[in-house]
Design a protein around this ligand. Sequence first.
Ligand SMILES: [Ca+2]
Length: 179
Amino acid sequence: MTIRAESINGKVKSKVQNIETYYVPFDELPIKKISTSSWLCTKVNSNAGGVYDIKKVWDGNPNTFWSSSWKPFYPLPYVIEIDMQKKYDIRKVVLQQRPKMKDLTKLTIDLSEDGENWVNLGEFTKGNIFNQELGGKDELVYKKGFFFGQFLRITIPESGRGGGKTSVCIAEIEVHALQ
Ligand SMILES: [Ca+2]
């Protein structure tokens, strides 16, 4: 590639320099699970709290989980917003359901740079990519793409539990980004 640079005062008319250019194939980019240590929950409209608190969704332990409140029940949809404290070039979102309790049947994830303007990344639906065993874990690989943002919004419009119960659980959310 050739770059031509000209000064503002005109004393140096131009300088031409050849430089080497490189590119890295997409598949070789360093995409890693981002740290959740500074994540903050900025909104949750149904949270059982205690050992089922929303923070259990990013504690790195698949055996701990968030549960919506069941006493009392709150009306769906449940909405969770997370501030990741930093903008990331996100390539993949992975969710893990509560062990032995697969009550997520539909879920959407939105991403935002400012917490106000959102871009929808798509939707999990039962029979689509839900409950697929990937890598030995019950992971729900949300979507691969090119998304840039700092805030995650998770919307759960329904519960997979029977008997009119509206409780829903999530064990883990992982965000994988270019780092
Ligand atoms: Ca957990």
